[in-house]
Design a protein around this ligand. Structure first.
Ligand SMILES: [Zn+2]
Length: 422
């Protein structure tokens, strides 16, 4: 069923959410739409604007120790805990108008509806603008949600950005209290519901209104180094070469072949990419002597990633031997497991969508989000709204007002249900 009809008697004011989105997008580094990188003057300008909007909506507004901007509506039963909504207001350089901001401003729209209709929730409601979700100048992402979940290590507070400022100093500068982060991991949050743009093409292809996100994929990165022999490209006959790049090319194709095999095996969403090649000496007249490959695999099932890694190790060894080169290094760089979301909360969102005639599919998220860190301390789920042509992290990023309206409707209805049922 198509949800277009359902938006007619919509309790959440989508025009106002849209106006907010465009107003916040206008706060951008000049000549670089849309850029509001975390900790920058422009980011702080956006935050000041946002805090004003929070207060105007009747929210009690504060910055927590980890530098998250929070607007709060006190519940009638403080011991019931907090239902939290939100996302992030920082952008990548030359990013879009919807990534992160959609979640924060839809949440604000919902809070306005709750206040405007005089709805008294048992739970307290918080709208959270998480600090620095995108990779910051410190090389770290999801700083605010890590902090809130007690996952920001003392070592990471010592990270410095290129101008020398430490993360500790930067968090204090945006109004946080770095010395208190470690002791104030939240234990009162009963649900984190994050609405976000999909940043992919699944919803558009499926022709549905929304995605209900069941998990965030695990991400594993492997560094492979292939060593052959650098020789004169003119005087070395083909049969005498040990060309590291020819071997590496075979490995790139192998990564794709093995990923397709995982998908055929039915292990759920799976993607693998060779995203970086470093060729040495990288000259037109020299047979490549050494190549470094960075391979990344993402999947929703831990087993799929494990099988892929086993097959990749075998495949690259076989290709190296057949190509007369050696695998001089094969190293697991990082391994983050998949994050399954709370099945109860996923069902609550699905029921809310069904009640309102909003069509949806279940899907995993191929990108990381603040929700990953919230899931360590609270039941967590996400709603995806469609991204036109899947474009994201670019000025062309787009989601229709109507699509945001349906996301807001489902999130609003789910909150009322959660508040009722406990
Ligand atoms: Zn985002």
């Amino acid at each position: 069923m198509n949800g277009q009809a359902a938006a007619g008697n919509h309790p959440v004011d989508a025009d106002r959410i849209w106006a907010d989105l465009m107003d916040l997008a206008a706060i951008t580094d000049p000549g670089r739409p849309y850029t509001r990188r975390s900790f920058s003057p422009r980011f702080l300008e956006g935050r000041a604007w946002l805090a004003d909007r929070f207060r105007a909506a009747g929210l009690e507004t504060r910055i927590d120790p980890a530098g998250n901007l929070i607007g709060r509506l006190e519940g009638t039963e403080p011991e019931a805990g907090t239902i939290a909504l939100g996302s992030h207001s920082d952008t990548v350089p030359d990013g879009g108008r919807f990534d992160g901001t959609a979640g924060v401003l839809v949440a604000l729209g919902i809070a306005r509806t709750i206040v405007g209709q005089g709805i008294r929730l048992r739970h307290s409601l918080e709208i959270i603008d998480c600090l620095a979700e995108e990779v910051s100048e410190f090389g770290l992402s999801c700083i605010g949600s890590r902090g809130l979940a007690g996952a920001l290590t003392p070592q990471s507070l010592d990270l410095r950005k290129p101008d020398g400022e430490s993360l500790r100093e930067a968090i204090a500068r945006v109004g946080g209290d770095p010395d208190r982060i470690a002791v104030v991991a939240r234990d009162d949050i009963r649900a984190w519901l994050e609405l976000h743009i999909e940043q992919g093409r699944v919803l558009e292809e499926a022709g549905v209104d929304l995605g209900i996100v069941t998990s965030v994929v695990g991400i594993t990165r492997v560094e492979i180094e292939v060593s052959g022999m650098a020789d004169h490209a003119g005087t070395t006959p083909m049969h005498l070469r040990h060309d590291a790049l020819v071997a590496a090319a075979g490995m790139v194709a192998e990564v794709r072949r093995l990923a397709l095999r995982r998908i055929e095996a039915g292990g759920g969403y799976f993607v693998a990419t060779t995203g970086e090649l470093t060729v040495t000496p990288n000259a037109a007249n020299v047979v490549p002597g050494k190549v470094r490959l960075l391979v990344e695999a993402r999947g929703e099932a831990p087993d799929s990633i494990k099988v892929f890694l086993g097959e990749l190790a075998q495949g690259t060894r076989r290709i190296a031997e057949a190509s007369g080169v050696t695998l001089s290094s094969y190293r697991l760089l990082s391994e983050a497991p998949p994050t399954p979301f709370d099945p109860g909360l996923v069902s609550t969102l699905e029921a809310a969508a069904s009640r309102n005639g909003v069509s949806f599919v279940r899907l995993p998220s191929g990108a990381g989000h603040d929700a990953v860190f919230f899931s360590r301390i609270a039941p967590t789920a996400m709603i995806f709204v469609p991204s036109r042509a899947g474009r994201s992290h670019c000025p062309e990023e787009w989601t229709d007002k109507q699509e945001l309206a349906l996301g807001a409707l489902v999130q609003f209805d789910a909150i009322l249900e959660l508040d009722r049922s406990g």
